[in-house]
Design a protein. Sequence first.
Length: 253
Amino acid sequence: MSSGFDVAQALDGGIADRQRAWAFIRDFAAAWAVPLTEDDGTPPGELARAEALLGHPLPAALREFHRLVGARPDLVAKQDPLLAPDKLFVDDGGDGVLVFRSENQGCAFWGVRLSDLRLDDPPVLLDAGHGWVPFFDRLSLACVEIILSEALFGGDGQLYNACELPAELLGTIPVRFRHVGLPDYPMWTGPDESPVRWYSAPGKLLRQDGLDTYSWLHVRGRTRADLDAICATVRGRWSLEYPEPADSGPVPS
């Protein structure tokens, strides 16, 4: 696939089940990174040892996600990593939660209630220091969000930028970019930057944290030209400046 891959188009109609989620992840990896191979998953023995140590089964969706991309840090461990099997742990809050992902400085955690572990695709909770709250109603949706969020901060830092959105720019995003078929969800930093919504265009990925004035927009281009085109479309005060900007090409319409 080329840099013309459009996340919103690929997720048109939403994510009906976890097989749809895994198919999207395969397509996304091929378009934005390196195609997945059989060696990119966590070995089954590591998952079995984790279950034995925890004394709890892993949900089918979490096992399948690990088997698909667990050994690909570029897809799952650039910013807020998926925990390796030997790093999984149980938090005693909320009647017990199996934690499978951590914010990079330990400010937030994602997990599944112990009582839901036998579900194939259980609900996911988020804790940013104020107790566990709902995040997504299916773990497979959270896995897609991991892939998108980790990709956002990929590209060796040269394909990412961010800006605050003043009132005059808030309406630009849904008009000039397509809404990605992922449900709104809470940002771990709090209600001022919630809910989170994703947008895209071919070769371009945007995450808007919050819907009010001065919410944050985080963007990633598949190429430098894609990134420049986003910044030319949304004329905000971008946080990062890059030397020798590339020819951005046409602005998306």
